[in-house]
Design a protein around this ligand. Structure first.
Ligand code: ZN
Length: 78
């Protein structure tokens, strides 16, 4: 599990904005059009925890403890 957390932390740093712009979701994120995969709430730059690929699409997770826990389970199963 320690390894997973390090990957998440590596993504969620100052390079995140650049990454989000590169995959063309930054504007949607600012506009509140992105939803958390796990709870369905809007994800913005303020509560974005991490992003991860699923079936060729990029999914988002907010920073609620419950969603972080679900994401860690999800990542360990995929
Ligand atoms: Zn969530």
């Amino acid at each position: 599990m320690k390894k997973d957390k390090e990957i998440v932390k590596a993504i969620h740093d100052d390079k995140l904005d650049t990454f989000l712009k590169s995959i063309k979701v930054y504007d949607d994120l600012i506009a509140g059009k992105i939803k958390c995969k796990f709870c369905g709430d809007p994800v913005t730059i303020d509560n974005l925890y991490t992003v991860f690929p699923e079936s060729g699409a990029i999914k988002f997770a907010c920073d609620k403890a419950a969603c972080i826990a679900k994401m860690n389970i999800y990542l360990s199963e995929h």
